[in-house]
Design a protein around this ligand. Structure first.
Ligand code: GLY
Length: 308
């Protein structure tokens, strides 16, 4: 894994190959990726599928009610509702997604049910309709007092000014590869704090927050979803890897496309993670501070992504 998280040569120069895993591999966004990776790894070690691994891995973070950017502990929208988005995709490109889910603890499992139990890819506000996903207990479905107090305070000014790496450290995105080279990915979030009621970000959108194609690779995104949707971020990363780019360079190019299309990004963060079909992997962020967790047979490590 030497060199991981350090930028390889700039575009146009000879590229230095990035890190590459020889066996199973799990990558996920931010510090909360560490416990998620550990669960995913356990699933793989116990003979579970890579799809099981990426579902159960991110469920750990969905169940952490102290997390303010994923699951029911997340910050609410401007009207005080916590609304959740998630998606999942397998090696063969099968996909499921849900947006605007309320009061369910595990939107990722609902997304998987959309994929496996319906002829569709995406449902809005789903839960009971696909027979999967645990309804939150009464106390968990209410906004916790600390979160409510912060929201009430925010309402005094209603000033929507996210801070990079703080309010923007939203999603858990996970991409993984099993010992046979099968890929899968998952993405789940409560979205941007104090978003407009009904707003959906990149996380449940296949091609934006997540894209998996077993022939080329897998990528996921975190950060300001609007920036990622406009550039079909994760799809861009996978297509660049298909053309032979190193994963970190592909993530970097996706970030540069965002830079070229927007004027002032100083308060925004976006980060991408990628695994190429040959096991090479990498990450890149718009700003300093994007961390990601890497689980291989050598251990579970938190790394700083290169940025620029
Ligand atoms: N990246 C998550 C969101 O923008 O909602």
């Amino acid at each position: 894994m030497a060199g991981c998280g350090q930028r390889s040569e700039a575009a146009g120069k000879q590229l230095v190959p990035g890190p590459r895993a020889d066996g199973p591999l799990v990558l996920s966004t931010w510090d909360h990726g560490l416990p998620a990776n550990e669960k995913a790894w356990e699933v793989l070690q116990n003979g579970g599928s890579v799809l099981d691994a990426v579902e159960q891995g991110v469920m750990v973070v969905e169940s952490d009610f102290t997390n303010r950017s994923v699951g029911l502990g997340g910050n609410p929208d401007r009207d005080g509702h916590v609304t959740l988005d998630a998606c999942i995709q397998d090696h063969h490109g099968r996909a499921g997604a849900v947006a605007f889910v309320q009061r369910y603890e595990h939107p990722i499992s609902i997304a998987r049910a959309v994929m496996e139990r319906t002829p569709h890819v995406m449902l809005v506000g789903a839960g009971r309709s696909v027979g999967r996903g645990r309804m939150a207990s009464a106390h968990a479905s209410l906004i916790c007092p600390k979160v409510r107090a912060a929201w009430k305070e925010w309402l005094k000014t209603s000033d929507y000014a996210p801070v990079a790496n703080i309010e923007n450290h939203d999603t858990i995105g996970m991409v993984a590869m099993d010992a046979k080279g099968n890929l899968a990915g998952s993405c789940t979030t409560s979205g941007m704090a104090y978003k407009v009621h009904g707003r959906v970000g990149d996380s449940p959108i296949i091609g934006a927050g997540l894209f998996v194609d077993g022939e080329a690779g897998a990528a996921c995104a975190t950060g300001v979803g609007e920036l990622v949707i406009r550039t079909a971020g994760s799809h861009t990363v996978v297509e660049l890897m298909r053309q032979g780019m190193e994963p970190e360079e592909a993530c970097r190019e996706a970030v540069q496309r965002i830079r070229r299309k927007h004027k002032d990004l100083s308060k925004m963060q976006v980060g991408f993670l990628a695994i190429r079909a040959d096991g090479a992997f990498g990450a890149y962020g718009l700003q300093q501070g994007f961390t990601f967790a890497v689980r291989t047979a050598q251990g579970n490590n938190l790394l700083q992504a290169s940025h620029g």
